[in-house]
Design a protein around this ligand. Structure first.
Ligand code: HEC
Length: 187
């Protein structure tokens, strides 16, 4: 029983490592090393990451997603415009495969690994989306009635938010928070 006793407290301290995956609570830089050094790019709110290891206040994570060739944005799922990670250049990503979507377009399956502040991760997505819901209700019903969440599908909301963000004076963080809430809404 000794090894078990040794491992159990570790799991309590490092619940995220034991859970093996986590969600990003807000847009956060993904650092190349376990420090506030140079960022590889930005992980976008509510995206899922694989948890690899823990180092002090940082957690090493991997984001795996899909993108059209030459893109600097990687999406959470093939054919779905839910942004998972934004990089300065396409070369930030490691291409691990490619796949065709239902329209025969090719998407690169990509991976990017780095470190985030552990406090920016959550074990579940629901509370993260709740913040997006609150922002949506506060910012999107002042000029017109709130449009229902189910009015548009996940690939249409981004262009609506592109047009409405300046109207509502949204920061990039608020825009993504609202966008992810609407895209994750179950019709
Ligand atoms: C400053 C006022 C203002 C705010 C704040 C605002 N809107 Fe709008 N919205 C408009 C106007 C004006 C239109 C109609 C003209 C247009 O489409 O640009 C509109 C149209 C829309 C439409 C209809 C588009 C279509 O093609 O049918 C949707 C959906 C929408 N807004 C969503 C939102 C969301 C989501 C937010 C919050 C991020 C938001 N609006 C915040 C002014 C606003």
């Amino acid at each position: 029983m000794k090894p078990f006793k040794a491992i159990a407290p570790l799991c309590i301290v490092a619940t995220l490592v034991c859970a093996q995956s986590a969600f990003v609570a807000q847009n956060v830089p993904l650092f190349a090393t376990a420090s506030d050094g140079s960022a590889l790019g930005e992980l976008i709110v509510a995206s899922q990451v694989n948890v690899l290891s823990q180092k002090g206040e940082f957690t090493e994570v991997e984001f795996v997603g899909f993108m059209p060739e030459g893109s600097t944005k990687a999406y959470e799922k093939i054919g779905m415009l839910m942004v998972g990670f934004e990089a300065p250049t396409p070369s930030t990503y490691k291409v691990i495969g490619q796949k065709k979507d239902e329209y025969e377009s090719i998407w690169l399956n990509v991976s990017v690994k780095g470190f985030v502040k552990t406090k920016a991760l959550k074990e579940t997505k629901a509370s993260i989306l709740e913040e997006g819901k609150a922002a949506f209700q506060a910012k999107c019903g002042t000029c017109h009635a709130l449009h229902p969440e189910g009015e548009f599908d996940a690939n249409v909301w981004p262009s609506i938010l592109e047009a409405m963000s300046p109207q509502a004076g949204l920061s990039s963080a608020e825009r993504y928070s609202i966008e992810k809430y609407l895209q994750n809404y179950q019709h």
